[in-house]
Design a protein around this ligand. Structure first.
Ligand code: H79
Length: 530
């Protein structure tokens, strides 16, 4: 997907007018955009808010300008949240901003046009649940979708994909659609706008990129496009009038650190604002965006168009990489003053602080086995200095490898695996799906190794795909007994780094069997090479 890295999310709707307050009481049990369910507001009373919704201070051009000042490359606006109120002129219901409010203008259209004027890609958020729709069982976030409601959603998707110019993305959220419903929605979008990216919260693996849980930064490895949705305060996305907003500088730094953590792992960061009911942007939120933008003006080179951090973990912070340069984000300088780059095989040509006009060179420790930058004294007091390390030739970083035991066998356990998950399987509250486990190891003597999977008891047979050093084996595990299942023998040359991957069934096959839990993978030397 296009990788804007930094994006703007806007939660704006009828709830904005309540600002987290109903009948004089402040509600904190849920996000303020969901106050209708939190405060148990009866449908007809909530719907009456529309007759007073008149956001005369909403200024789409200023909103786009703010996003640009913040270094954001994309805007996503709530076209309809769970409350079911439409911020666009839908023909399927009069419960919309044009037909039901004194404002009478299509908010989605206004922002879409402003984005077009400013060459800003534009996307819409769309919740597949709708508390205003006739047959919803309750005001939950993960309601199933009835056939009538499915039709209604599909018709609205056609409107959104037809009436607003190019929609770069549709940010589906929540609900609990069936696999066929998810496919129906995805097909409806792509039939009209093939280029439109679909968020993973369309569920059932129909999205074009993976969406983390709200405000989640994953602690597992990902090798598919993904995004972390971020609210300025974790308490809410929609406007909350009584939220205490203090320590602006700390807030800015918090979001820069989260942005860096996300981008260094290959993700996009979409940071939210929640305008007031009158359409004005909360000054504190605008200041957080501008503060992030200031930092990006100086350091954006290390964020935009970069590749993820090639190191598993860095003691001092995070990294990104681009065209012969490693960018090192120094969160804290280790006591010994060394910024270690574990596994880096390349020669470091030189290192300096990004944006230092004098390009003063930093001392580098570049021996065959250890590479480190020696942190200079002068940036230590600064917030998150970025160091550029220029390296020669093609980047090569060896991951930490499992060493053979004294008897020459290799034992690979789940604890030492890189585990890859997908978070957008069945629904929001379902745990992420384990896609694969991966290890790197080194053997000390070349030869033939017998590979066995030892697994914990499961209920169903399960086919796994095992890839060792580029060769693939099938492992058929028959459930109720614990392994071992020998999956064959392979010649392994002496290798500094061999990769072994256990691939789980493709998403489409999920449900056919229960996940197998591995106890370990063992590689036993069985004979010298001929
Ligand atoms: O639009 C925003 C949320 O309203 C929507 N997703 C973001 C982008 C969302 N709807 N439901 N959920 C997310 C599920 C969230 C559930 C929880 Fe919580 C968040 C459980 C704990 C934190 C909200 C706050 C419910 C209880 C406390």
């Amino acid at each position: 997907m296009a990788e804007p890295k930094v994006r703007d999310f806007i939660h704006f709707g009828l709830y904005s007018a309540l600002g987290g307050v109903w009948r004089g009481r402040q509600y904190a049990g849920n996000y303020s955009e969901q106050i209708q369910s939190d405060a148990h507001i009866p449908e007809e009373q909530y719907a009456k808010l529309a007759s007073q919704f008149d956001p005369e201070k909403w200024d789409p051009d200023a909103v786009v300008q703010l996003a640009q000042d913040a270094g954001m490359k994309f805007i996503v606006l709530t076209s309809k949240h769970h409350d079911g109120f439409n911020m666009f002129h839908t023909r399927l219901s009069t419960y919309n901003v044009v037909d039901a409010t004194p404002y009478r203008r299509d908010i989605v259209k206004g922002l879409a046009d402003a984005c077009a004027r400013h060459h800003m890609p534009f996307g819409v958020y769309y919740s597949t649940i709708d508390w205003h729709f006739g047959d919803v069982p309750s005001k939950r976030n993960d309601n199933p979708i009835s056939a009538a409601h499915e039709d209604f959603n599909a018709s609205q998707l056609k409107e959104l994909m037809t009436n607003y110019g190019p929609i770069s993305e549709i940010w589906f959220d929540m609900g609990h659609p069936t696999p066929l419903q998810s496919k129906h929605f995805a097909d409806t979008v792509h039939a009209l706008q093939p280029e439109c990216m679909i968020s993973g919260r369309i569920w059932n693996n129909e999205g074009d990129f993976m969406e983390m849980a709200d405000d989640e930064i994953p602690d597992y490895i990902l090798d598919e496009p993904w995004e972390s949705p971020a609210s300025i305060y974790k308490e809410t996305w929609g406007y909350r009038s009584w939220l205490k907003r203090t320590d602006l500088e700390g807030k800015i730094q918090e979001h820069i650190l989260r942005l860096v953590a996300v981008v260094s792992r290959g993700g996009n960061y979409i940071l939210n604002i929640g305008p007031r009911g009158d359409g004005s942007v909360v000054e504190f939120e605008a200041d957080v965006l501008r503060g992030t933008g200031e930092w990006l003006k100086r350091n954006g080179e290390a964020i935009y168009d970069t590749q993820p951090q090639p190191f598993r973990k860095l003691d001092f912070g995070h990294a990104t990489v681009k065209a012969g340069r490693l960018f090192l984000f120094v969160e804290h300088v280790p006591a010994n003053g060394r910024l270690e780059l574990p596994g880096l095989e390349n020669h470091i040509r030189k290192a300096y602080i990004l944006g230092d006009p004098a390009q003063r060179l930093l001392r580098v420790d570049d021996t065959k086995d250890r590479k480190a930058i020696l942190a200079p004294d002068w940036p230590r007091k600064e917030f998150l200095p970025v160091i550029v390390a220029e390296f020669d030739s093609k980047l090569n970083v060896l991951p930490p490898a499992t060493a053979p035991g004294p008897d020459g066998t290799i034992q690979l356990t789940p604890e030492t695996a890189d585990r890859f998950y997908n978070a957008n399987g069945e629904g929001y509250y379902d745990p992420p799906t384990l896609r694969k486990e991966q290890w790197h190891f080194a053997v000390e003597r070349p030869g033939t190794y017998r590979i066995e999977l030892i697994y914990k008891p499961g209920k169903f047979a399960r086919l796994l795909d095992v890839n060792v050093g580029g060769r693939t084996f099938k492992a058929n595990l028959y459930g109720s007994e614990q392994g071992p299942a020998s999956i064959g023998s392979i010649e392994l040359p002496v290798a500094k780094d061999t990769t072994l991957t256990v691939n789980r069934a493709a998403p489409a096959e999920r449900g056919a069997s229960l996940p197998v839990e591995l106890d370990r993978v063992s590689l036993v030397f069985s004979g010298r090479q001929q």
